[in-house]
Design a protein around this ligand. Structure first.
Ligand code: SAH
Ligand code: SF4
Length: 378
C-alpha cells in the first residue's frame, strides 16, 4: 500500500521534490491543492506539470473519507460516520461554538476527531472500547477528518445559497474555513497512537496545512503517564485534558482499568511535570455517573487534586450507552456537585450536553451501525 500524501510534512515533501529535481515552489503549489482547495484527485491540480502528477500518483495515495451517515441538524451538534479505505468506521463530531460560553463568533466550530478504530483501554462506561481495539489511524486519516468536514461544509453552503438564490460561493481557495478548534476526544486513546497523532497535529497546526493554532487543539487522554511526560517535552503548546472520572484510586479503578497501570500518584507526578514544562492549564474531564462517582464526598479529593494542579474541572453528565448499566445522575445532584467544587474555589463547569440525543458520546454511532450491519448480515 502507498503512503498517503497527507501523511507527509512540508519538510518531507521538500526532500522528495528535491530528489525528483522539482523546484521548491512546486511544494507550495501542492500544499495549496491539498489544504486550501482540499483537492481529492491528482488531475485537478492543473498548475502542476503532468509528469509530476503522474509521479505523485505512482508513489502516493490521495485518500479522502467516505461519509456513511450523518446525525443532527445544522445549528446543533452533528455527528459524522466515515468509512476508511479498509472498510473500518470512525466518527467525528462537529460542535457549534457557544458564544455565551466562549465569547467566540458562532459561525466557528469545534471538531472532535478520532485517533484509532476502537480503543484498547476498555473504560467500563465507554462505547468506543466495547468491541476492543482494531488499529491506529494513519496521520492522513486524522487530518482528513478536518478536510472532509470542510469539504462537506463548502458543498452544504453552496447548496443553501442556491436554494435561497444568494450570491455564488466564495472563490475557490478563499478562507471559508469552518473549524477553528480541535478536540482529540473521539474514538481511541490518542496518546497510544503518539507518533501518528503528533504528525497529524503538526500538519493541522502548520500555516501551510490546517492553520489551526496549537492553543486551539486539546488532546484528551485517559492518563498514559510516559506519553504525558513525552508530550511535555514537545515544543508545541497543545492543551491537555485528562479523563479523570474518579479522584481516588478506588473509584477510578472501578471504571478505568488504566488506573491499575498508572495510579493517581503517578498520574499526578506526570501532570506536575507537564505543568512545570508548559505552564499551561490542565483540564480534568469528570463524567458524572449515578452512584459511582457523584457522591458529594468525592468533591473533596477532586477539589484538592484540582487545586494542587491548578486544573479546571469539566463536569459531564454521563450519556447512556446501549447495553451498559450506567446512568446520569439527576440534575439536582449534578448542580450540587458543581456547587460543592465551587465552594472549594475550584474552577469548574457543568456541561449541559448538546449531543446526548444523537449518541454524541464517543463511539456510539459506529457501534450502532456495526451492530445493525452484523444483524442484517451486510
Ligand atoms: N481516550 C481519550 C479520548 C477519547 S474519550 C480519553 O479517554 O480521554 C473522550 C471523552 O469522552 C473522555 O473524557 C471519555 O471519558 C468521555 N466519554 C466516553 N464515554 C462517554 C459517555 N458515555 N458519556 C460521556 N462522556 C463519555
Ligand atoms: Fe478508550 Fe477514552 Fe473510551 Fe477509555 S474513555 S475506552 S480511553 S476512548
Amino acid at each position: 500500500m502507498l503512503t498517503d500524501i497527507k501523511s507527509l510534512t512540508r519538510e518531507e515533501l521538500e526532500a522528495q521534490f528535491k530528489l525528483w529535481e522539482q523546484p521548491a515552489y512546486r511544494v507550495t503549489q501542492l500544499l495549496e491543492w491539498l489544504y486550501l482547495r482540499r483537492a481529492t484527485a491528482w488531475d485537478t491540480m492543473t498548475n502542476l506539470p503532468k509528469r509530476l502528477r503522474a509521479q505523485l500518483s505512482e508513489n502516493y495515495s490521495l485518500g479522502s473519507l467516505e461519509l456513511v451517515r450523518k446525525q443532527g441538524a445544522r445549528d446543533i451538534t452533528q455527528k459524522f460516520l466515515w468509512k476508511l479505505a479498509d472498510g473500518a468506521f470512525i466518527e467525528s463530531v462537529l460542535i457549534p461554538a457557544n458564544p455565551a460560553l466562549y465569547g467566540e463568533a458562532s459561525d466557528r466550530h469545534t471538531l472532535c476527531v478520532s485517533t484509532q478504530v476502537g480503543c484498547a483501554y476498555g473504560c467500563k462506561f465507554c462505547a468506543s472500547g466495547l468491541d476492543g481495539w482494531k488499529r491506529n489511524l494513519a496521520p492522513n486519516e486524522i487530518v482528513e477528518q478536518v478536510l472532509a468536514i470542510e469539504r462537506w461544509n463548502e458543498a452544504e453552503s453552496a447548496r443553501l445559497k442556491v436554494e435561497s438564490s444568494q450570491p455564488a460561493a466564495a472563490e475557490p481557495g478563499a478562507d471559508t474555513r469552518l473549524i477553528n478548534n480541535l478536540v482529540i476526544m473521539g474514538m481511541g486513546e490518542p496518546l497510544s497512537n503518539y507518533e501518528n497523532l503528533l504528525k497529524a497535529l503538526r500538519i493541522l497546526n502548520a500555516p501551510w496545512g490546517g492553520g489551526i493554532g496549537a492553543r486551539k487543539i486539546t488532546i484528551s487522554t485517559s492518563g498514559l503517564v510516559p506519553q504525558i511526560r513525552r508530550l511535555a517535552d514537545e515544543p508545541e503548546q497543545f492543551r491537555l485534558a485528562i479523563s479523570l472520572h474518579g479522584a481516588t484510586d478506588d473509584v477510578r479503578q472501578r471504571i478505568m482499568p488504566v488506573n491499575r497501570k498508572y495510579p493517581l500518584k503517578e498520574l499526578t507526578a506526570a501532570l506536575e511535570y507537564y505543568q512545570a514544562q508548559k505552564d499551561r492549564m490542565i483540564t480534568f474531564e469528570y463524567i458524572l455517573i449515578a452512584g459511582v462517582n457523584d457522591a458529594i464526598d468525592q468533591t473533596r479529593p477532586l477539589g484538592a487534586l484540582a487545586r494542587h494542579l491548578r486544573a479546571k474541572v469539566n463536569l459531564i453528565p454521563y450519556n447512556r450507552v446501549d447495553g451498559l448499566p450506567w446512568e446520569r445522575p439527576d440534575e439536582k445532584v449534578q448542580e450540587d456537585f458543581l456547587a460543592a467544587l465551587e465552594k472549594q474555589r475550584v474552577s469548574a463547569t457543568l456541561r449541559r450536553e448538546k449531543g446526548g440525543d444523537i449518541d454524541a458520546a464517543c463511539g456510539q454511532l459506529r457501534l450502532k451501525t456495526e451492530r445493525a450491519m452484523n444483524a442484517t448480515g451486510t
